[in-house]
Every structure is written in structure tokens, then in C-alpha cells.
Design a protein around this ligand. Structure first.
Ligand SMILES: Nc1ncnc2c1ncn2[C@@H]1O[C@H](COP(=O)(O)OP(=O)(O)O)[C@@H](O)[C@H]1O
Ligand SMILES: [Mg+2]
Length: 253
């Protein structure tokens, strides 16, 4: 069974009168590096939130890690990493970087909710992997937007997720940081953890086959594998292509 298995789902926001995502199917297997592209308001964020059960799925089937997202959402969220889009910490947030990264371990801690040696090690490793160990004792609210993004990436790496979802995680980061972190994610993918990344800039993608998903108006208009260097061109083309045409190509995958 696929790690992510969505079949004909429709989703609606609380109080929203129409479905944001309509009749969407997606299958993602272990170790895939998925890039999700498409114009603003296409439903990319809503797709990620459907996968971890943060929006209501009104029709269709959603299984993640063999769990039913509708019934076992809490367990899905515990096992899926999710770096959300456009967050920022208030300057007075009373947590250090080390503490925020350690919060990624909460789902792994025992009844007493006290970190043990392996939790400290996982947090330390995540800080080093992302290259922010020198920020460990800084209060998170005092950091720049790009540094805060790195902290939330480290938080989600410390969580040791079985799926990693990232929603425009690089919006405040320069090319070097993007390339470096994409290397980190491609190693996670190589270790079997599927990566789903919503992005608008496609430079510095790892040189591995990319599972490219293009969305428009709540549907997937293209779903296929391509090389890292083809991603941008395909997205440009697909965004101007009519839905039915995109679907035809998708089914030939
Ligand atoms: N909390 C919400 N309540 C109601 N509608 C929403 C909410 N969040 C997003 N939407 C709507 O869902 C559609 C898709 O949004 P989104 O998934 O954020 O798109 P993207 O991430 O591709 O820019 C948009 O039309 C947006 O207005
Ligand atoms: Mg979005």
C-alpha cells in the first residue's frame, strides 16, 4: 500500500459552502521526493492539510501510513512532519531554539513527558543537520524569518517523521540555504521518508527523480515523474494548459 493514498477526495473548510479540493487522487510511495506546484489559491496548502486531517474530508478515501485520516487523525499528525506556510513567532515568545526543537520530540516522550537521552540526542542532531547549533540558546522570537524557518525544519526533523511535508519552507532563505536543506531532505527521502514540498522556486532541487504534482482550482492537473532540471519548465507549461489536457497526460504516467 502507498504511504499516502488519497482516492477521490473532496474537502471543505468550516463554514465554507463549496469544496476547495474536488475529486482529487494522489499516491505517494516510500522514498519519493514530491514537489507540489501551481498558482496561488490552487489548493496546495489544503492538499497538505487533507493529508494530515486538518481540513474536513467530505467524500472519498484518505489513508496515510495505513491509517484512516478521518478516524485516526491524531496518530497521523504524530507521525507526519509538517512545516507550515507563513508563520512567525512573536518577539516575546518565551522559548529558546533548543526548546522549540525539543518540542518536536513530544510525541516520542513517555508518560512523564520528560526528555530522555535519546530525545536530547535527536534534538542536537536536528540542530546540527540544519546548521543552527549556534542559535540553540537564542529566543526564537528574536530571530529573522529565515532563521525561524530553519528552526521549524529542525523541529520537524527531530520529530523523526515517517512523512515530511513542507509548505513553501524556503520563502525567506537564500539559494545556498535552499540547496543545502534540499540536500538534507533528499537524504531523508533516500532513507525512505517521502518528502512533499510546496514550492515556487525550483533551483537547487536534488538531482533525483522528482514526483511532480501540479494543482489548479482544487484539482491535480499533472502528476508524473521528471528530472529536477525539468520541474520549472513543466510547471510553467502546465499552469497555462487546460485541465483536461493535463489529466490526459497524467493518466499516461
Ligand atoms: N481557512 C479557510 N477557510 C475557507 N477557505 C479557505 C481557507 N483556507 C484556504 N481557503 C480557500 O481555499 C482555496 C485554496 O487555498 P490554499 O490551499 O491555501 O491554496 P494555495 O496553498 O495553493 O495557495 C482558496 O480559494 C482559499 O481562499
Ligand atoms: Mg499555500
Amino acid at each position: 500500500m502507498s504511504v499516502i493514498d488519497l482516492q477521490g477526495i473532496f474537502t471543505a473548510y468550516e463554514g465554507g459552502d463549496k469544496s476547495v479540493i474536488r475529486d482529487l487522487s494522489l499516491h505517494v510511495d516510500r522514498g519519493e521526493f514530491v514537489v507540489v506546484g501551481g498558482p496561488n489559491s490552487a489548493g496546495k496548502t489544503t492538499l497538505l492539510e487533507s493529508i494530515n486531517g486538518l481540513v474536513k474530508i467530505t467524500h472519498g478515501r484518505a489513508n496515510v501510513l495505513g491509517l484512516n485520516v478521518l478516524k485516526q487523525g491524531d496518530e497521523v499528525r504524530q507521525r507526519v512532519g509538517y512545516v507550515i506556510q507563513n508563520f512567525y513567532f512573536d518577539p516575546f515568545t518565551p522559548f529558546t531554539v533548543q526548546q522549540v526543537v525539543m518540542m518536536g520530540r513530544f510525541g516520542h516522550m513517555g508518560l512523564l513527558n520528560r526528555p530522555n537521552k535519546s530525545d536530547y540526542e535527536a534534538a542536537e542532531r536536528a540542530l546540527m543537520l540544519v546548521g543552527i547549533e549556534d542559535l540553540a540558546d537564542k529566543r526564537i522570537g528574536t530571530l529573522s524569518g529565515g532563521q525561524q524557518q530553519k528552526v521549524m525544519i529542525a523541529h520537524n526533523i527531530a520529530k523523526a517523521p515517517e512523512v515530511m511535508m513542507l509548505d513553501e519552507p524556503f520563502s525567506n532563505l537564500d539559494f545556498q540555504a535552499r540547496e543545502f536543506l534540499q540536500g538534507v531532505f533528499s537524504r531523508m527521502a533516500r532513507d525512505g521518508v517521502p518528502i512533499l514540498m510546496v514550492a515556487h522556486a525550483f533551483d537547487g532541487l536534488p538531482d533525483i527523480p522528482i514526483h511532480l504534482v501540479v494543482m489548479n482550482r482544487g484539482q491535480i492537473t499533472s502528476d508524473w515523474f521528471c528530472g529536477a532540471d525539468e520541474v520549472e519548465e513543466v510547471i510553467r507549461k502546465e499552469c497555462g494548459v487546460a485541465r483536461d489536457e493535463g489529466r490526459k497526460r497524467c493518466s499516461s504516467r
